[in-house]
Write a protein that binds this ligand. Structure first.
Ligand code: AMP
Length: 213
């Protein structure tokens, strides 16, 4: 299965990606996660990406495209992959198309998560991430048993710099302007499946799997 997840920030793509990658036995490739790992490791790529990410802007295609093309050559992506957070504009979608055509490995599906703007803001502003295991929770909807502490591993919870309210507004604007056009791009190819991103994690996962059958 070669699959792309697309949807606004906060739609739960990351959470669903973990479920779907496990269901289809494919690697979960999140460009946001790769950038965050590089920031943590203080690599050249991380230093470059940080200023764009902190402001809620897209990291330039010249950097992002090569990073994804390289990741897709890893052995674990031989029999499929799930891309989470890429492509995020038409230029990236065109680049990916060319890479996959060259490798004769066409996409199977693009899964779109639908969510209202008001719901997105509520979700993102309360989102907390564990510094140790990376699990996400919500300060209000999914409050941890001990404030500021991960229920899974007791690591410290923090708010992503780009989940602050001013940055969320820019991320949404960038999504509507740059990323949304790829939805009609993939609709035209007949690959697009759309599902509601509202409800329990397990119900959304079941909806996703049914849509992909
Ligand atoms: P995410 O974790 O997917 O919400 O991504 C966090 C941030 O990483 C985004 O707001 C961008 O700054 C950057 N990023 C992730 N994926 C891409 C991409 N495909 N193109 C450009 N920037 C990206």
């Amino acid at each position: 299965m070669r699959l792309i997840l697309v949807g606004p920030p906060g739609a739960g793509k990351g959470t669903q990606a973990v479920q779907l990658a496990s269901h289809f036995s494919i690697p979960h490739i999140s460009t946001g996660d790769i950038f965050r790992l590089n920031i943590k490791g203080e690599t050249e790529l991380g230093i470059l990406a940080k200023s764009f990410m902190d402001a809620g802007n897209l990291v330039p295609d010249s950097v992002t495209n090569d990073m994804v093309a390289e990741r897709l050559t890893h052995e674990d992506a031989e029999n499929g992959f799930l891309l989470d957070g890429y492509p995020r504009n038409i230029g990236q979608a065109d680049f990916l198309k060319a890479v996959l055509e060259k490798a004769a490995t066409p996409l199977d599906a693009v899964l779109e998560f639908l969510l209202e703007n008001s719901e997105i803001i509520k979700r993102l502003s309360g989102r907390r991430v564990c510094r140790s295991c990376g699990a996400t929770s919500h300060a209000i909807f999914e409050a941890p048993k001990v404030e500021g502490t991960c229920d899974l591993c007791a690591g410290e919870l923090y708010q992503r710099q780009d989940d602050s309210e001013s940055v969320i507004a820019n991320r949404l604007a960038v999504y509507h302007e740059k990323t949304e056009p790829i939805i009609s791009y993939y609709r035209d190819t007949g690959l697009l499946k759309s599902i509601s991103a509202v409800g329990e994690v397990a119900d959304i996962a079941a909806r996703a799997i049914a849509a992909l059958k």
